[in-house]
Write a protein that binds this ligand. Sequence first.
Ligand SMILES: [Zn+2]
Length: 119
Amino acid sequence: MGGKCPHRHVKKRRYSHKTARRTKFELKGDDMVYAQLNITDQERPSLPLDEDLPGMGQYYCLHCDRYFSNIAVRDEHFKTKRHKKRVKQMMGPAPHTQLDADLAAGMGMPDNGPKLMSM
Ligand SMILES: [Zn+2]
């Protein structure tokens, strides 16, 4: 007798690789990043020192919402395709925000005019 040994069938652990779980590491929503990009440097708070982050949170790519351990790594990141794509995306038309979705759904911004009915 012979045949296939049932134990030989090893399931591949598809979700062990980081890329497969990319969504778990996913970053801020595009609209949030976009909002960050639209404020000036003066308005933007300086990066707080954070021991939990690589490089104490001082080397940050705003476009990608990522932290780097040192400036060289960050500069390398600036040259990557992924980053450039991201920048291009951010330079383009504004990403859809929740407000857009609400407007599209016919739920406009709350009208802040004078209240006609007093409580
Ligand atoms: Zn980047």
